[in-house]
Design a protein around this ligand. Structure first.
Ligand code: SAM
Length: 205
């Protein structure tokens, strides 16, 4: 049964770093309940896809834009043991810390959230890039943050896929030989509100 949430209704039109940060700070207290009530499937789908392509469950993973840690908890449930998280919202990070699944958590800058971040064996961006989250250029920064041979899994919801730039960025990175496409799967994102997402896994060359 879908639960009405004004935060969920309005998030896909929020733009800009400061407005986004305030929005998620305000949403932090009720985010988990809102997402659970709307049957949020993408964390489990992303974690399962990552597990299909990353054999070493102890490889360090960055849960980019980790929010309250629903995505980190899904990665942990899939068997991954070394998970760091970053987000622009201190309110969301406080909730993430309470989940107890992260090695390290830090607040990042919305303009360049992955500045200086390097060396991860995998990176997950779960509901984290696109409409209502980080901008399209974050896709390239995420690829740069993983080691050659590492895997990047990203979800792109229906609203995000309306903008062709997101898939075009990944295709360009593949054409340039920076990544190899591993898998793409369309499926439920928030089925209670009829929203789907494509989950994509790529390997950095
Ligand atoms: C829809 S939530 C997803 C959170 C979590 N990954 C999950 O699956 O529940 C999007 C998150 O992106 C964060 N965010 C938005 N813009 C960002 C940016 N430019 N850099 C980093 N995080 C950002 C928000 O603070 C929010 O926690």
């Amino acid at each position: 049964m879908a639960r009405k949430s004004a935060f969920l209704d309005n998030i896909y039109s929020v733009e800009g770093g400061d407005a986004m940060q305030r929005y998620y700070d305000d949403w932090a207290a009720s985010y988990d309940a809102d997402l659970a009530a709307n049957d949020y499937r993408t964390p489990g789908r992303c974690a399962a896809m990552l597990a299909r392509h990353v054999g070493d469950r102890a490889t360090p993973i960055l849960d980019f834009a980790c929010g309250t840690g629903i995505s980190g908890a899904a990665l942990n449930a899939a068997g991954f043991t070394v998970i760091d998280g970053t987000d622009i919202s201190a309110g969301m990070l406080e909730k993430a810390r309470a989940k107890g699944v992260y090695r390290d958590l830090w607040e990042c800058d919305s303009e360049d959230p992955l500045a200086g971040v390097r060396g991860y064996g995998a990176l997950a961006a779960v509901g984290a890039i696109g409409a209502g989250a980080a901008p399209v250029e974050t896709l390239d920064a995420a690829i740069d943050a993983i080691t050659p041979g590492g895997v990047f899994v990203v979800s792109l919801n229906d609203h995000t896929l309306e903008d062709p730039d997101y898939l075009a960025r990944l295709e360009r990175a593949a054409d340039e030989g920076r990544i190899e496409m591993l898998e793409a799967e369309d499926g439920p994102h928030l089925p209670a509100i009829g929203l789907n997402a494509r989950v994509v896994a790529v390997r950095r060359r």
